[in-house]
Design a binder for this molecule. Sequence first.
Ligand SMILES: [Zn+2]
Length: 199
Amino acid sequence: MRYCQRCEPAVGLEPAADVAVCARCGWTEPARREPLYVITGASGSGKSAIFAPLAAALPECVVFDVDWLIDPMKTTGPVDWDAFRDAWLSVAHGIAQGGRGTVLLGPLMPEQLVGLPSWRWMGPTHFAVLDCTDEQRRARLQDRPSWREHAIDEHLAFAAHLRRAIRTVLDTGTDTPEQTAQKVAAWVRTTAASTQWIS
Ligand SMILES: [Zn+2]
């Protein structure tokens, strides 16, 4: 949340094109917008596996695995998932001020972001889903260490939902993480020129 540094009591700034403006006193400050890319997918899609090669392949963006904020947000009790997602949007907004886009790897859906407090500060937002066959996902999940959860049927159902809901589907079934990272980087660069606000 941005606040006017002149007004008393506190007034939240409003987004207007590429500035933030105080509705009371007219103060403005820069508020750039850069694209946000969400690489979603059910568990077993390969999101975490591509983090390192994707970060290396996309130096023009900042890449995060959204799971990194789960532990810090658990310290005061159960995770508030809307607050968790809103925190990531704030991070993306901060990164945009340096002129770079943000890539989030995480099981996010458009309807979970639209309407969050920080959503109105976002630039164009694009979703791609990493996908594989049910058999491949089952095998990947069964290979995981026991401390990770194994609700395989739930993950298969979520994967089917994402496959229907997200237009861009990138198949990771037989790729190495490096190959998938290259596919994602190519999609990010193609999509960067898109004039659509959300896709
Ligand atoms: Zn003000």
